[in-house]
Write a protein that binds this ligand. Structure first.
Ligand SMILES: Cc1ncc(COP(=O)(O)O)c(C=O)c1O
Length: 434
């Protein structure tokens, strides 16, 4: 029920006693919004969350997000802030950067970017001038908006030359990338994608960058959690700058991060603050520190292994049921598949699957104008699902996509999804790390 302005005022003026992130306080003060949040928690728990960009963070990460650091302003860097009272904010940020450098074997980490896009913007700001040429995976083939979309600062301020995967195999062909780099002499080469399911050949990208005098920027938003868990190659020894998100498989708060060597550290830091951002979000930085701590554990390495095993099983089960799985499988948490052989294209399939409680995204395919489906196993693996459940998910998904499926089939699939997710609640009795 909506609050009257006066009632809301009375309740927020004197803060109710208790922990700052007390959900009961929110319900008492603002039942309307509390109901929205409870509904979202139900939606996440009752559906199958197969978006490759999402996960369930641990209660400890949520606690840091809802902590007193949410109140703190801290422009600048530890030891050099523009605000007073930053001693503990400094400690939190130092813990975060120390954990990030140790986790990824990097000389320098900047944990302030508010998002993955902000990290990429800062990487470009550190290395490039407006008008410079940049080579990146084509947006129509799995590049991110920040890799040259005309709707984004990247496409407006830089001259992007796109490379694509081999249309027949879906694999990135480094010989083709080298030929383009020789022809266009880019100032930077970006390797990274929102939907490429295979490991990237970072040494090959490094060699191309060296040969053509380009910086190498690895946008590792997707694989970085697998790198932390030791199940994917690291871009850190090869790229001049690594950009990443701290959510997705890494299972931290929504945010970004940059890793680089000591030579570029000062340029990267200045590119984040004061060039592209203002005050750091200290509660998020504390939550990043918690997530890095979790990601350094043996439990997390086991989780990362299960994420990949689940994705491989899911890819094979989808292929068995007739979907065209891009590159024939996956090395990562991510499966890209074309549902067209079953009837619907990616867009239609996403709508039908949403009706059945199966949440995922559409994505570009290596050839043609059609959209495919992008699935990820990070969230369902956090819930404790394993390979038998991946087989079950593939069965439910193809049942929902069957062109002959009527209303009854959809209702039954939805019920089966609920029955499956009820056995794996995201926040009860689940291995969330240490
Ligand atoms: C490769 C890549 N780069 C950048 C981003 C941007 O991250 P954000 O949405 O946090 O800005 C994403 C997000 O999905 C991504 O996959």
């Amino acid at each position: 029920m909506p609050l009257t302005a006066a009632a809301a005022d009375a309740r927020v003026t004197a803060h109710p006693a208790g922990h700052p992130a007390d959900a009961g306080a929110l319900r008492r003060q603002d039942p309307e919004l509390a109901e929205v949040l409870a509904g979202e928690a139900r939606r996440q728990a009752e559906g199958l969350q197969l978006s490759a960009a999402e996960n369930f963070v641990s209660p400890a990460v949520l606690a840091a997000l809802g902590s007193a650091l949410a109140n703190k302003y801290a422009e600048g860097y530890p030891g050099a802030r523009h605000h007073g009272g930053c001693a503990l904010a400094d400690t939190a940020e130092r813990i975060a950067t120390d954990r990030a450098t140790a986790l990824f074997g990097a000389a320098h980490a900047n944990v302030q970017p508010h998002s993955g896009s902000a990290a990429v913007l800062a990487a470009y700001a550190a290395l490039l001038r407006p008008g410079d040429t940049v080579l990146a995976l084509a947006l129509t083939r799995g590049g991110h908006l920040t890799h040259g979309s005309p709707a984004n600062f990247s496409g407006r301020w830089f001259h992007f030359v796109p490379y694509g995967p081999d249309p027949a195999t879906g694999l990135i062909d480094c010989d083709r990338v080298r030929a383009l780099a020789r022809a266009h002499r880019p100032k930077a080469i970006v390797c990274g994608s929102i939907s490429y399911p295979r490991h990237l050949d970072y040494p090959a990208f490094r060699a191309i960058a060296d040969e053509t005098g380009a910086f190498l920027v690895a946008d590792a938003a997707h694989p970085i959690g697998l790198v932390a868990g030791g199940v994917a190659p690291s871009p850190v020894p090869y790229a001049d700058v690594v950009c990443a998100t701290t959510h997705k498989v890494l299972r931290g708060p929504r945010g970004g991060m940059l890793l680089c060597g000591t030579e570029l550290a000062a340029r990267v830091d200045r590119a984040v603050f004061p060039f592209t951002q203002g005050g750091a979000q200290m509660h998020t930085i504390a939550a990043k520190a918690v997530a890095f701590g979790e990601a350094a554990t043996r439990a997390y390495a086991g989780y990362a292994r299960r994420v990949v095993a689940n994705a491989r099983t899911l890819a094979a089960a989808l292929a068995d049921r007739g979907l065209a799985v891009v590159t024939g499988g996956t090395d990562t948490h991510l499966v890209t598949a074309d549902p067209a052989p079953l009837g619907p294209d990616g867009r239609e399939a996403r709508i039908r699957l949403a009706a059945a409680g199966i949440v995922l995204d559409t994505c570009a395919l290596p050839a043609g104008p059609g959209r495919g489906l992008r699935l990820g196993t990070a969230a369902v693996t956090t819930q404790g699902m394993g390979e038998p459940e991946m087989e079950r998910i593939a069965g439910l998904l193809t049942r929902a996509l069957d062109p002959a499926a009527d209303e009854t089939v959809s209702t039954r699939t939805r019920a089966a999804v609920r029955e499956l997710t009820a056995r794996f609640p995201p926040y009860q009795g689940v291995d969330q790390g240490p």
